[in-house]
Design a protein around this ligand. Structure first.
Ligand code: TYD
Ligand code: MG
Length: 455
């Protein structure tokens, strides 16, 4: 191959520069630029000529998306987050911290799918075949019909995959260890990761196999190497968890074939990951309902209601600027709720430190948690314990009103299922008000004007 001019690529955002510099102008990262051979001039010469393509009328395809077959892996938490199973020919990227359980999840998924009907190939670039086997043995999956390979060169991998029966699923663990002959940079650099991903994506589309790429995450939570890989693939899932807890959450960040608000909940056990069909039970299992400052929030994650405990600690401070800390919730929403409590309800917290924690390491993004947060804050400040059989949800507006939130019925039903008998919530739009408890499930709705009324 002829020697090509080098260029300087930012390892964070993938921007190309003509000379080395300390800071990337494109994304602002410091010390992120490394010398690499550009990928652009590695395009094969025949791309310049160009062959005629075939145009297909959109209308002639009507109905075909309905039958777009999905391959169900058989792990329902994973299938649901993926949008109802894997789409053949699509590429899915799973990112997560090292040690969170990505390899464990994927060897379990591979084993669940592999069989007479589906060929599954697991390519490990990080571990030897013997190590992968050892893990499978520990998980009681040593007898599974998964084919293993320890490979890091994508050309070799594609050649191996093209032999024999078409695989239904190919797992690449991980994309950062892959390299291609077409570029000269070291494995793990942006150019290598991007080019390797490109080749594997092309393979997936051509062969009609579902490909899952594993991606490591950097300290700031981004999938290491290029963000460009996230744009190239069909779906990006993140596998999250908290070192101190045993449960893991699979969350869709992007999905061309499904919703992005679904979560899958797993528990890491000595025998691998087990599915958690009822996350609320798990999140509330260590609840200390006799202490002030805790409120149970009836939340929604995608199509599923999830109950979690919100904990607040309000303590007098001697700092000039009191502390506001939130774990698992947006700190700016906490500031907003504090401001509304002060301005609309006369509850002054200016001389108090405020700590907020979503129990169990869970993360909430819905504004519907405002009311539960307000209730926990007031409970901690006043020392009054909230009724142990109540749940809270509702969005607090800047005027102090509590706004209706979607899926009120599903939230109430979940609460009733877990033995809660009261809910402090806004009146649902379009519902006939207060009739929710009528079906004998014990849930009662108490419409509220202001969070103060929870005192
Ligand atoms: P792993 O799947 O190797 O993580 P990743 O691929 O995301 O880096 O998981 C490693 C961790 O999981 C390790 O700390 C041990 C733990 N583990 C269990 O607790 N139980 C098990 O059955 C297995 C296989 C791993
Ligand atoms: Mg791994």
């Amino acid at each position: 191959m002829a020697k090509r001019p080098a260029s300087f690529i930012c390892q964070v955002c993938g921007a190309a520069h003509t000379r080395w510099q300390g800071r990337c102008e494109s994304c602002g990262a410091w010390n992120s630029i490394a010398e690499e051979t550009t990928a652009a001039d590695t395009l094969p010469a025949n791309l310049r000529g160009g062959r005629k393509g075939r145009l297909i009328a959109l209308e002639s395809l009507s109905g075909t998306s309905e039958d777009a077959p999905r391959v169900r892996v058989g792990i329902s938490e994973l299938d649901r987050v993926a949008g109802g199973g894997l789409v053949p020919g699509s590429v899915l990227l799973i990112g997560g911290d090292p040690g969170i359980g990505k390899s464990t999840l994927l060897i379990q998924a591979s084993a669940a799918l592999a069989g007479a009907e589906h060929r599954v190939i697991y390519v490990s670039g990080e571990e030897a075949v013997a190590q992968v086997r050892l893990r499978a043995e520990r998980l009681g999956l040593a007898g599974a019909a998964v084919e293993l390979a320890a490979e890091t060169n994508v050309e070799d991998i594609v050649a191996t995959l093209s032999e024999g029966r078409k695989p239904a699923l190919v797992v690449i663990d991980s994309i950062q260890t892959m390299w291609t002959d077409t570029v000269e940079s070291a494995p793990g650099t942006v150019t290598q990761v991007r080019s390797s991903a490109q080749i594997l994506i092309r393979y997936a589309k051509r062969a009609g196999a579902a490909v899952i790429l594993v991606g490591h995450v950097t300290k700031d939570g981004q999938i290491a190497g290029p963000r460009v890989v996230e744009h190239m693939v069909d779906a990006v899932l993140s596998f999250e968890g908290d070192g101190a807890h045993h449960f893991r959450i699979l969350r869709a960040q992007k999905n061309r074939f499904g919703p992005t608000d679904e979560i899958g909940v797993f528990e890491m056990t000595g025998l691998g990951l087990s599915e958690v069909a009822n996350p609320s039970e798990l999140f509330l299992s260590n609840r200390d309902s006799g202490a002030p400052g805790t409120a149970v929030y009836a939340g929604m994650e995608g199509t599923r209601p999830v109950l979690v405990e919100i904990q607040a600690l309000v303590v007098p401070t001697n700092l000039g600027t009191p502390r506001r800390a939130a774990v698992g919730w947006d700190p700016s929403r906490l500031s907003m709720v504090l401001a509304v409590l002060e301005a609309r309800c006369g509850i002054k917290l200016g001389a108090h430190d405020v700590h907020l924690n979503v129990a169990g390491g869970f993360r909430i993004s819905e504004p519907a948690a405002d009311l539960a947060v307000a209730a926990a804050l007031i409970s901690s400040l006043s020392g009054a314990v909230l009724p142990h059989d109540s749940v809270y949800f509702g969005e607090v507006s800047l005027t102090g009103a509590v706004r209706a939130v979607p899926h009120a019925m599903a939230r109430l039903k979940e609460a009733a299922k877990l033995g809660f008998t009261r809910a402090v919530a806004p009146e649902a739009k379009g519902s006939s008000g207060g009739s929710s408890g009528g079906s004998g499930n014990g849930a009662a709705k108490e419409p509220l004007e202001s969070p103060l009324a929870t005192e």
